[in-house]
Ligand binder design. Sequence first.
Ligand code: NAG
Ligand code: NAG
Length: 373
Amino acid sequence: MTRSLVIIVSLLLAALAAGFVCEDELAKCLKRIDKGKKCQGLPLPDNLLPPVTVDAKGYNLTEYRKGVYSVGESQYFMMIVKTSSQLIVVDGPEGNFLIRDANGVPIGTTLTDAIKEIAGDTKFKRIKIIYSHQHYDHIGAVPFIYSYLETAYPKAQIKILAHSAILKPLINGDRPGFPLPTVLFDKKKVLKLRRNLKVIIKPQCGGHTPSDLIIHIPKTSGGVGVAYLVDVIFPRWAPPYNLAIVTDIHEYIELHSRILALDIEVYIGGHFTHVGTYQDVLAAKAYLEDLLAASAEGLAVSSSTPLPAFFDVMDPSSRWWGNLSHFVKDFTEAGVAVCSRIMIEKWGCRLGGVDIWVDAHCESIINFLRLDN
Ligand SMILES: *[C@@H]1O[C@H](CO)[C@@H](O)[C@H](O)[C@H]1NC(C)=O
Ligand SMILES: *[C@@H]1O[C@H](CO)[C@@H](O)[C@H](O)[C@H]1NC(C)=O
């Protein structure tokens, strides 16, 4: 193609893409909601594209400061820290890191290649594997990593560190032989690796699961500050499900401020398409604050509007007589509708997936405001 043709084609493609400008689709979406219909879905905000790219080995390895790496694929991120004598492997997610045989049975993980690439010919004396929390999707590849490390570094001392609350779920889990932690703790732990590199491991409780850890590498003359906390903030995305299956919303809200109090430039959230920045954590907190306000508004509307369902439930001649679920459903939906509309208008083009998950977010926070606050 000639250069001018290339330019014309690019302009045409840009014009086509502009057909899906989020703000335009958002206006259509809100109109549909106001007519009592479902929003037809929103295009992704610009800052989510392109998604993470991987190299020929199937992963994305990024170094943020000397010896501190994230390894990502299309949905998961984990972290590796390396010095001249120590290796720290934080989590071993499954996802596309798993290598499967023809029957789909996992037989290995590309994470061992990432470790090889990072390690080069370093002879590690000490190796630590850290479990960020109890969910197997983030630690399920560890058995492969563990046996690789045992073979590759027979002289190294290998320890597995985790929050003490992890033991019960791992013992109850259905994975015979899964490597159990060898060091359990429920107080802050500091690993001093180099003069200007330390790893602070802080137990959390219930921001996602009871066994959560925040792993914090403070900013020093050696490089940027990094925080690793899984399944709480999803940089540039709305959290999936009911705020990522949160068990303790008080803790979840507080955690956002606690992360912002850290001196960090890099936030590794364990999931989705991007490693985040401090700005992404600020955005997550702003989303949560708006969600609390919108949920309060939703709750105020549903609490003050007489719902016909209530009278039906009390009326012996109604088909809904005595069916309390019918009333609770209407009551919940009335509050969620008010909350969701506010949130979609404000955030639908700022974070990915808001249109999909906002109802679940509103329902969780409305119930939290009613019952737990
Ligand atoms: C890994 O991700 C970063 C950040 O998105 C990107 O700049 C880099 O090109 C990616 N590396 C590969 C090998 O795709
Ligand atoms: C009760 O109400 C709910 C909500 O409207 C409805 O889905 C359900 O079929 C009704 N009947 C029973 C037996 O739950």
